[in-house]
Ligand binder design. Structure first.
Ligand code: PEP
Length: 254
C-alpha cells in the first residue's frame, strides 16, 4: 500500500444534522491516526455543517454539475460545492452512472469542472457482474476510466484518486478475491503510467470500494496496488468506519 492510505466514506443519500455527531467522532479519532488520510463525502445538505464541525478529516461532495452556474433546477455546481467547504468530489460513481445515465464524457466534464473549482477528484470505475463473467472486466474498466478522465488534469499525483468499485460488490457483502483486486489495480496502474508517465502515474492512489467492512478491511487493503478504500455502508457510523481506518493504520505500520 502507498505510504499514507486514504480512507473515504461515501454517505450517499443518508444523513440529517444528527449525523454530524458521527462526523465529529470520526474527526476526533482520526487526529490520533495521522498515518491515514481520512475523508467523508456527506450529502450536499451537510457539506457546510460538516466542514465547520471537523478539524482534521477531509470533506467532499458526491457529485457536481459540469457548468459553473445556470438554469439546472436541483443541481449543484462544483463552485458551489467548493464554496460550501468541499475539497474533493466523487465522480462517476456507478449509482450516478446507473440512476442518472451518466456517460463517460459527462463524468469527464464534471471532473474538469471540479478541478476548475479547485477540488481534487475521486474518479470511480467498475464493471458489472456480466462483464466480469465474460472475462472482460479489465478491458472494460480501463476503457471506462480512460474515457472518464478530464483533459485539464495537470498534477494527477495531487488532484486525482481512482476508485475501483465492481458494481456487483457495492452494498452486497460480496467482494472480489484479493488476486482479482490486485490484477485490476495493476491494470489501472499501467494505464495511469501510460497516460501520465512513470513518476506521476505511480503516485496516483487507487482505492478499492465494494463491501469494505472492519472485518475484511485489512485483507483488502493489503492487495497489490491498493492505496485505500472508498466505503459506503460501513462509513455511516463512526464505530464501523473507524474500524476500517484502524485497519488502514495497521497496514501502514506493517
Ligand atoms: C460505494 O457505494 O462507494 C460503496 C463502496 O458502497 P459499500 O461500501 O456499501 O459497498
Amino acid at each position: 500500500m502507498a505510504e499514507r492510505p486514504y480512507i473515504v466514506g461515501n454517505w450517499k443519500m443518508n444523513g440529517t444534522r444528527a449525523m454530524l455527531a458521527q462526523a465529529r467522532a470520526i474527526d476526533r479519532a482520526s487526529q490520533n491516526l495521522m498515518k491515514v488520510e481520512v475523508a467523508i463525502a456527506p450529502p450536499y445538505t451537510l457539506i457546510h455543517a460538516t466542514h465547520r464541525e471537523v478539524e482534521q478529516i477531509g470533506v467532499g461532495a458526491q457529485d457536481c454539475h459540469p457548468d459553473p452556474e445556470g438554469a439546472h433546477t436541483g443541481d449543484i455546481s462544483a463552485t458551489m460545492a467548493a464554496d460550501a467547504g468541499a475539497k474533493f468530489a466523487i465522480l462517476g460513481h456507478s449509482e450516478r452512472r446507473q440512476d442518472h445515465g451518466e456517460s463517460n464524457a459527462l463524468v469527464a466534464a464534471k471532473a474538469s469542472a471540479a478541478l476548475e473549482a479547485g477540488m481534487r477528484i475521486i474518479l470511480c470505475c467498475g464493471e458489472s457482474e456480466e462483464t466480469r463473467d465474460a472475462g472482460k472486466a479489465e478491458s472494460f474498466v480501463t476503457r471506462q476510466l480512460k474515457a472518464s478522465l478530464p483533459e485539464n488534469l495537470e498534477s494527477p499525483e495531487e488532484s486525482l484518486t481512482v476508485a475501483y468499485e465492481p458494481i456487483w460488490a457495492i452494498g452486497t457483502g460480496r467482494t472480489p478475491t484479493v488476486e482479482d483486486i490486485g490484477a485490476m489495480h495493476s491494470a489501472i496502474r499501467a494505464l495511469l503510467v501510460e497516460l501520465y508517465g512513470e513518476e506521476q502515474g505511480q503516485l496516483v492512489r487507487i482505492l478499492y470500494g465494494g463491501s469494505v467492512k472492519p472485518e475484511n478491511a485489512r485483507e483488502l487493503l493489503d492487495a497489490d496496488e491498493v492505496g485505500g478504500a472508498l466505503v459506503g455502508g460501513a462509513s455511516l457510523t463512526a464505530e464501523s468506519f473507524l474500524g476500517i481506518v484502524m485497519a488502514a493504520a495497521d497496514t501502514a505500520d506493517a
